[in-house]
Design a protein around this ligand. Structure first.
Ligand code: ATP
Ligand code: MG
Length: 577
């Protein structure tokens, strides 16, 4: 009895040790870990990220990138960048370049492992020829509509093509002539001869090759036939030595076909395997490349890198950091079921990172002038401002103070409600980092609009002096009028005002665009330090307003700042109302 018990304990210990080792792994990491432990593929780990260069990368791709590159990093493997360039009609080098830039910006590196599916066109063609000779593929002269009509349904078998039983010789001759350009696009395809009554629809004689006469951005006019995804992908994985081909859940039903084609090449010593995880879907966002392209083409946004786009380049331009994107992706994790993630989580990650790195500065978006009547004319003082209280050693910068300053118009009310702690007639507020002021008078124009607020200041309350300890309820941001620099603010908000645009197939997605997704505000006032440091990539916190970064279009003579994100989630409040 004692013996058995101790054996059980040993077993428990072994299991505990194992679960200890894989603790915190997601399910894909667990699979990879076990494959490596079992010595599969000679103990190699090689993943790939396979974008089609037909658009810019978006945040969904970032999730795939973090998985493909991240898992290789974690387990000492490598990750290939493979451009899945099998459809010359939609692809372009502009996209290839942007994809490279975006992956690097996210912090990943493919070294010299940059590949193109088009590099494998000769090998894929040879394999197709072999399958034709072995009677496993045939040329079908029907149109794609006719072929689709014969597919059947998941519960009823499909119909065999009248061309299905052509001889290998005839098929080979036709396929060669397809590639020689003898036939029109759409007039013939090469199909795998598998099983028209398979319960898996993908096995019903899938199309392997189609005729495309549009020149390819890498291979020019060399090829007139192009392989379909299902025929190209697994084979490309195999040619490249990929061990784990990680993709999204919609490819689960394709996996048997992936394996079917890989079987034509692989042996026991090495074979790639496909693993699927859930796509990233975000609220208030569309992620379909087709729709994003439409937004760009129709001028509904300013380009692929418009800061409202869910593209990596748009997020970069808007001021998101790679770390915030990676933190967000870490938090949502990888599962085997589809879900919709709240964009608030991404925005939270952005605020969190910017809070720790952004330089605190003063900017007034909707300025109204304050004249401090008892402050000497022509005098300028310099006050010290903390760059970032969250970051030790981030230091201070200097900011001028003078008789005339700007504050936000919203920070003054002539007839304030009870709990208004900002400036009002007879009331006091602290100017952050400077003095306490008291409102004495208001100057208006003929229409009754406030043009100036007259105040007095208490010289004993300067920051650092004992009088500064005096309690007042409100603290305002401000800039010195004589020293402030004019700038433009682009206030970005969510691009769509419908929570899940993809769930409304009956509506045109363009109707769901948020009309207030961009507000351009000219004549904002920023402190001189901001103007001096307005280089691309700089992250500012405009205190009490939000996080801002200089736009790509910003120049020293025409400063433009993008609002990356407001300090607080204003949508949350909306939803709670
Ligand atoms: P399409 O194939 O319709 O052009 P796609 O978004 O799948 O669009 P690809 O360039 O084929 O574009 O994607 C490259 C990789 O990124 C694929 O492995 C794909 O699974 C992954 N991917 C694409 N969209 C998402 C998403 N929303 N979440 C996670 N991974 C994604
Ligand atoms: Mg795809």
């Amino acid at each position: 009895m004692a013996e058995i018990k101790s054996n059980n304990n040993q077993l428990d210990d072994a299991q505990n040790a194992e679960s200890q080792e894989t603790k915190g792994f997601n399910f894909v990491e667990e699979i990879v870990y076990n494959d490596l432990k079992d010595g599969k593929n000679g103990g190699r780990l090689n993943t790939r990220f396979p974008p089609e260069p037909n658009g810019y990368l978006h945040i969904g791709h970032a999730k795939a990138i973090c998985m493909d590159f991240g898992i290789a990093e974690k387990f000492g493997g490598t990750c290939n960048l493979r451009f899945d360039d099998t459809n010359p009609v939609k692809e372009d080098v502009e996209y290839v370049d942007s994809i490279r830039e975006d992956i690097k910006w996210l912090g990943f590196d493919w070294g010299n492992r940059e590949y193109y599916a088009s590099d494998y066109f000769p090998q894929l063609f040879d394999l197709a020829v072999r399958l034709i000779k072995e009677g496993k593929a045939y040329v079908d002269d029907q149109t794609s509509e006719e072929i689709a009509a014969q597919k059947g349904t998941p519960t009823t078998p499909g119909t065999e093509s009248p061309y299905r039983n052509r001889t290998p010789e005839e098929n080979l001759d036709l396929f060669m002539r397809m590639n020689a350009g003898e036939f029109e696009e759409g007039s013939r395809v090469l199909r795998a001869k598998i099983d028209m009554s398979s319960s898996n629809m993908h096995f019903r004689d899938p199309i392997m090759y189609r005729i495309i006469k549009h020149p390819h951005h890498r291979t020019g006019t060399k090829w007139k036939v192009y392989p379909m995804y299902d025929f190209a992908h697994g084979q490309s994985d195999y040619f490249e030595g990929v061990t784990h081909s990680i993709c999204t859940l919609e490819f689960v039903p394709h996996r048997p076909l992936y394996d079917y084609f890989v079987d034509e090449l692989a042996d026991e010593s090495y074979r790639p395997r496909q693993i699927e995880f859930n796509r990233l879907n975000l609220t208030y966002t569309v992620m379909s490349k087709r729709k994003l392209l439409q937004l760009v083409k129709e001028g509904l946004v300013a380009g692929w890198d418009d800061p409202r786009m869910p593209t990596i380049s748009g997020m970069r331009r808007r001021g998101f950091t790679p770390r915030s994107i990676r933190n967000f992706i870490d938090r949502i994790g990888y599962t085997k079921y589809e879900a919709l993630n709240s964009v608030s989580l991404l925005e939270y990650a952005v605020r969190e990172d910017l809070n720790s790195i952004a330089t605190r500065v003063m900017a007034v978006i909707n300025p109204v002038k304050v004249v401090i009547t008892n402050y000497p004319e022509g005098k300028t003082e310099t006050v010290e401002m903390e760059n970032n209280p969250e970051q030790e050693g981030s230091g201070m910068h200097q900011m001028p103070f003078s008789r005339e300053i700007y504050i936000e118009r919203e920070d003054f009310m002539e007839n304030p409600p009870k709990k208004f702690f900002r400036l009002a007639p007879g009331g006091e507020v602290r100017l952050k980092g400077a003095y306490i002021i008291k409102c004495e008078d208001v100057v208006k124009d003929a229409d009754g609009n406030i043009t100036e607020i007259h105040c007095t200041y208490d010289p004993e309350t300067r920051s650092g002096l004992p009088g500064s300890q005096r309690k007042v309820k409100g603290t305002l941001h401000w800039v010195s009028a004589a020293h402030a620099v004019d700038a433009t603010a682009r206030l970005y908000d969510r691009l769509f005002n419908v929570e899940n645009p993809a769930a409304e197939p009956d509506r045109d997605f363009r109707e769901m665009l948020n009309p207030d997704s961009l507000k351009v505000v000219k004549g904002i006032k920023v402190e001189p330090f901001v103007a001096q440091n307005a280089t691309p990539g700089t992250k500012f916190q405009f205190q009490r307003i939000g996080y801002f970064t200089p736009d790509l279009d910003s120049t020293p003579d025409n400063l433009i700042f993008n609002r990356t994100i407001a300090l607080k989630d204003s949508w949350e409040k909306e939803q709670k109302k």
